[in-house]
Design a protein around this ligand. Structure first.
Ligand code: 5AD
Ligand code: FES
Length: 352
């Protein structure tokens, strides 16, 4: 096993059988974590980047079986922040030291391209030293282009699963993996820093699906990879399914760090939800990003993608301070800058 980890660290790839052996191993994970930590330190030192997360609408036209804000959940109280409220969140976030704002929401039909573009433009004009990340789902290429032209820097769109059959088990018929992938390639082509990702332990997922996810990520070569355990939500068709485990999520984080040394890898809220020290362990397993919640407290409880989500009652400043302490206790340090991806510089082509 040690040799396999070493090989993964040096070559950033292994055959399916070897990856299966690492994913399904029945041994202590410390050697895997420390190999991943070594690689993260070589690329990012002990730096941890913060992203201020603003969940600005929980209205969603989609009906994904796993998600608490799916349109089929009629019990959910719906909200949509006004542009003024969003800008206020940015202002308090800026004063707390955030230099990236992530605007995340459901696929809200009232949230027009014009609205998004005006918002992005305003934020970028007010805070030229900040990056704006959008996470608002599947759109036509022309919309993505408009957001980019308005100044958006990054886009998060988890692929959720790269297996066609598994995708069908998690989503209603009107959604397709093909369109999801089309979106990701369009975003990349337009020039966004792109984040993909998947849930660990979603219903029906086996090692085979996880390997399909890794292979897809190798093709896409994203700048960011967001993963977290699947956690059931009581008002969804998956209410009684089992949650993903801490162990497997940490293992996947380390494997991702070894396969994608330069990637921005968050220790997610879902990881902090399944274990009180989940995010700290995530950092030690190779993660280098944290996303404190900047959403106004009044509406925060309604952005419940899954049950028992943490930080629901915390003031943004408290959440920020709490994360600072956690990062430091884990042996890393928060850095107040945009935190762009550090890809290796490609050797320049020599003139013939
Ligand atoms: N458990 C864990 N993660 C979830 N997400 C949505 N629903 C759940 C759930 N029940 C994740 C999806 C989505 C991201 C915003 O949150 O991967 O892309
Ligand atoms: Fe939000 Fe600790 S990170 S309260």
């Amino acid at each position: 096993m040690k040799e396999l980890i070493e090989q993964l660290k040096l070559e950033h790839d292994l055959c399916d059988d070897a990856l299966t052996a690492i994913i399904e191993r029945d041994e202590q994970d410390e050697p895997l974590f420390s190999a991943a930590d070594e690689v993260r330190r070589a690329n990012y030192s002990t730096d941890v980047y913060l992203r201020g997360l603003i969940e600005f609408t929980n209205v969603c036209k989609n009906n994904c079986y796993y998600c608490g804000i799916r349109c089929g959940n009629k019990k959910e109280a719906r909200y949509r922040l006004t542009p003024e409220e969003i800008l206020e969140s940015c202002e308090s976030g800026y004063n707390m030291g955030f230099r990236t704002f992530v605007l995340q929401g459901g696929e809200d039909p009232r949230c027009t391209d014009d609205l998004i573009c005006t918002l992005v433009d305003t934020i970028k004009t007010r805070y030229p030293d900040c990056a704006v990340t959008l996470s608002i789902g599947e759109k036509p290429r022309s919309s993505y282009q408009a957001y980019f032209d308005a100044g958006a820097d990054r886009y998060l769109l988890r692929h959720e699963t790269a297996s066609e059959a598994h995708y069908r088990k998690l989503h209603p018929p009107e959604l397709s993996l093909k369109n999801r992938k089309r979106c990701l390639y369009d975003l990349k082509d337009i020039g966004f820093q792109v984040g993909a990702g998947f849930m660990v332990g979603s219903p029906g997922q086996t090692t085979r699906e996880l390997i399909a996810d890794l292979r897809f990520l190798q093709q896409l070569q994203p700048d960011m990879i967001g993963i977290g355990p699947f956690i059931p939500h009581h008002d969804t068709p998956f209410a009684h399914e089992k949650a993903g485990t801490l162990k497997l999520t940490l293992r996947m984080l380390s494997i991702l760090r070894l396969m994608f040394p330069y990637v921005l890898l968050p220790a997610t809220t879902a990881l902090g939800t399944i274990s009180p020290i989940g995010r700290e362990l995530g950092l030690k397993a190779g993660a280098n990003v944290m996303m404190p919640n900047l959403t106004p407290r009044r509406v925060r409880q309604y952005y419940d993608l899954y049950d028992n989500k943490i930080c629901m009652d915390e003031e943004a400043a408290k959440c920020r301070a709490c994360q600072e302490g956690r990062v430091r206790a884990a042996g890393y340090r928060i850095v107040c800058d945009r935190g762009d991806v550090r890809r290796p510089v490609k050797p320049e082509k020599r003139e013939q």
